[in-house]
Design a protein around this ligand. Structure first.
Ligand code: 13P
Length: 333
């Protein structure tokens, strides 16, 4: 049993409190490679931002659970080496699908876990989330639960249709589960294809997706004043990265994300954690494709992973500074 505090990690409690009060959101970036981890830490240190590094069940299968755990420990040491004396780094399980997986992560040093029972009937979702909360809180690990269903694909989490969170359920759910934050469904979805072109409106040659359901968000905020709210599926799918991928041999059709203005608006509300995974995948792939197309003789992975890391870092900094507003928000600077 390893406690996250011994690894220099923090849970989400205090950072969420400050984010809700301050009208900004903490970035939750998914990672499963060393380059992603380095880029996240460099971006967080440069911007003096708290950060959530999250891994899904698929990432643990890909990279190995033990290695990822040590990478998070390494992230804290790396942040300090880069000059940040008091980094605030959370190691979070994204989309935990069972009590056993959440327990395993908690026992391995995670400081926060998500239990995603959103596809279960309401009472079963509550029972599962409560079981995880009861275990996690013994070790001061924070728990995110979810109500409502997001469409899209995130590793092994697949849902064809979304169902908005019902505001009338949130008080009962939060009270009975004791969860520390609540992921809601208001129109975001996982992956790089969040909307079909038919769902969008063409404005100046750009496909603009339907707006997020801010009315549902505001209803939820009224029911649970100050309670930390989480948005999954919040990549904006930047067109320049998609175009670079397609220009250099890729084939990504109709990739459409959430406009950044809407995420900026959401960050000012009780939304205090915004999940971004696809944008990092796009930034990495675009840089690698471009590099290899322009340097066909290169075969040392460092030659193409270095620009990939740079491109991800640039994207993370942009999100922190221009979208979420968490720059300069470390408790101790
Ligand atoms: P994106 O696919 O929009 O990046 O969402 C990631 C996510 O929500 C991880 O849980």
């Amino acid at each position: 049993m390893v406690n996250y505090k011994d690894l220099g990690l923090v849970n989400t409690r205090e950072m969420f409190k400050r984010a809700v009060a301050g009208g900004y959101a903490i970035p939750a970036f998914n990672f499963n490679t060393m380059e992603q981890m380095q880029a996240i830490v460099m971006a967080a240190v440069e911007t003096k931002s708290p950060v959530i590094m999250q891994v899904s069940k698929g990432a643990r299968n890909y990279a190995n659970a033990t290695i990822l755990r040590y990478m998070a420990e390494g992230a804290v040491a790396y942040a300090k080496e880069l000059g940040c004396e008091h980094p605030e780094i959370v190691l979070h399980l994204d989309h935990g699908d069972s009590f056993e997986l959440c327990k395993d992560c908690i026992d391995m040093g995670f400081s926060s876990v998500m239990i995603d029972g959103s596809s279960l009937p309401y009472e079963e979702n509550i029972a599962l989330a409560k079981k995880v909360v009861d275990y996690a809180h013994q070790f001061d690990v924070t728990v995110e639960a979810e109500l409502g269903v997001l469409a899209g694909v995130e590793d092994e989490v697949v849902a064809a249709e979304s169902h908005y969170t019902k505001p009338e359920e949130v008080i009962d759910f939060a009270t009975r589960t004791g969860c520390d934050s609540l992921a809601i469904s208001i129109g975001t979805s996982h992956g790089a294809h969040k909307f079909t072109p038919e769902q969008c409106t063409l404005v100046n040659g750009v496909l603009v997706p339907p707006p997020l359901a801010f009315d549902v968000l505001h209803e939820i905020e009224k029911k649970l004043p100050g309670f930390p709210i989480v948005l999954h599926g919040s990549s904006s799918v930047p067109m320049d990265e998609v175009n670079t991928i397609n220009q250099f041999g890729g084939h990504l059709e109709a990739a459409i994300g959430i406009p950044e203005e809407q995420l900026r608006e959401a960050s000012k509300s009780a939304v205090c954690k915004i999940n971004i995974d696809s944008d990092s995948r796009l930034a990495m792939t675009a840089a690698i494709r471009k590099h290899l197309a322009e340097h066909p003789g290169d075969f040392d992975p460092r030659q193409y992973l270095k620009p990939a890391r740079e491109n991800m870092k640039k994207m993370y900094i942009h999100k922190i500074v221009n979208v979420l507003g968490s720059d300069g928000k470390l408790a101790i600077k």
